[in-house]
Design a protein around this ligand. Structure first.
Ligand SMILES: NC(=O)c1ccc[n+]([C@@H]2O[C@H](COP(=O)([O-])OP(=O)(O)OC[C@H]3O[C@@H](n4cnc5c(N)ncnc54)[C@H](OP(=O)(O)O)[C@@H]3O)[C@@H](O)[C@H]2O)c1
Length: 326
């Protein structure tokens, strides 16, 4: 028997309960993993609170990522005792996920634990950190260099945002963090490397098609009006990597930044990111994050605390990354 957070639905209301499961309850898959840790991401918040229609089939074990050790394997790529990481592929959405002591998954979805990484480190980075790395890589690929100018990170106190601030500042970029919690989180964002922290109220106003140029690059985790205004303020030939919708999925913009300033817009998806790109992103994020990051921007919670924190993450009340220990 092992412990799991299980979501069920009664009269369209999602309930989250800790229950005891048996191995026979787990879905089909090639590899059985004993999970050491998972992490709490925005999508987990949507799933666990029922605020977003993330889950269609109940019961469901949430947890869109996990790290742990292989207990049995029908796939030659993985042997008993191997340390592995999983993020994405719909795990925790339509296949039982990481918020349980055991998980059975497809071998194709796993990544071998990089050298010098631990399960705890991997999940302090988690889906959010991997996504932040993919956003930064997109800006690098678009030839946005530290000397190009200021890089704006929106939703900066969140999981993706805080890791993006750290990664960009480690790479020597001039980072401006945009946050709705300047007083509360300004000191942390500065400690992570932001040169300036601006209040998101400044970017929540309606955008003109083009505004004064300010940003060479953008990592956007919130969407909607903030993204539209940031795009209107992009420098000529600037690049925006967009991955999130914490402020809504709308994009009330015009074609002007793209056709008059040559701005590039890169959509970032970590869920179906191919294996080689995923492994390279894991290696780069691990090489860039200093040891201090894992203390300053991460907190640890138990499985029992997950429903409370799921509610908080949806309300924008969580700062940095949340590690879930099992
Ligand atoms: N495309 C992908 O593969 C991928 C992967 C991971 C995450 N995501 C998406 O990226 C987004 C961020 O994920 P996360 O895990 O970092 O979430 P998170 O930890 O909750 O961070 C989101 C941050 O956005 C800001 N925010 C919250 N509500 C807002 C609102 N109504 N208007 C404007 N800003 C708001 C808050 O930062 P401040 O308090 O500092 O303003 C909050 O901390 C989510 O939409 C998630 O689904 C996408």
């Amino acid at each position: 028997m092992f412990e799991a957070l299980v979501l069920s639905q009664e009269e369209k209301v999602t309930k989250a309960n800790i229950v005891q499961l048996e191995l026979g309850d787990l879905p089909q898959g090639d590899v059985l993993v004993e999970v050491s840790c998972s992490s709490l991401n925005y999508k987990d918040g949507l799933a666990i609170t029922g605020a977003g229609r993330v889950i269609r089939d109940f019961p469901m074990v949430p947890g869109i990522d996990f790290a742990g050790v292989v207990k049995s394997s029908n796939d030659e790529r993985y042997q008993i005792g191997d340390q592995v990481i999983l993020t994405g592929w719909g795990v925790g959405e339509n296949h039982w996920g990481g918020m349980a002591k055991m998980a059975r998954v497809k071998a194709d979805w796993l990544v071998p634990m990089p050298e010098d990484c631990t399960a705890e480190k991997a999940m302090k980075i988690g889906t959010a950190g991997l996504t932040a790395m993919l956003c930064v890589q997109a800006l690098q690929k678009a030839d946005i260099k530290p000397e190009s100018g200021e890089i704006l990170v929106t939703g900066a106190s969140g999981g993706v945002g805080s890791v993006a601030v750290k990664l960009l500042s480690e790479l020597g970029y001039h980072v401006v963090a945009c946050s709705g919690r300047v007083t509360e989180n300004g000191p942390l964002l500065k400690a992570l490397g932001a040169k300036e922290v601006i209040d998101r109220v400044e970017l929540e106003q309606d955008a003109k098609p083009l505004e004064k140029q300010r940003w060479a690059g953008l990592v956007d985790t919130v969407g909607n009006k903030i993204l539209a205004k940031s795009l209107a303020q992009m420098d000529y030939a600037g690049a925006a990597a967009i991955c999130g919708l914490a402020g809504g999925f709308a994009l009330p913009t015009t074609v002007m930044p793209f056709i008059l300033r040559g701005v590039s817009l890169f959509g970032i998806d970590s869920v179906h990111c191919p294996f080689d790109k995923r492994l390279a992103a894991w290696q780069q994020v691990l090489s860039l994050l200093p040891e201090s990051f894992y203390q300053e921007a991460c907190q640890k919670i138990s499985l029992q605390e997950v429903p409370v924190f799921a509610d908080k993450i949806i309300k924008g009340q969580v700062t940095g990354r949340i590690l879930v220990t099992l």
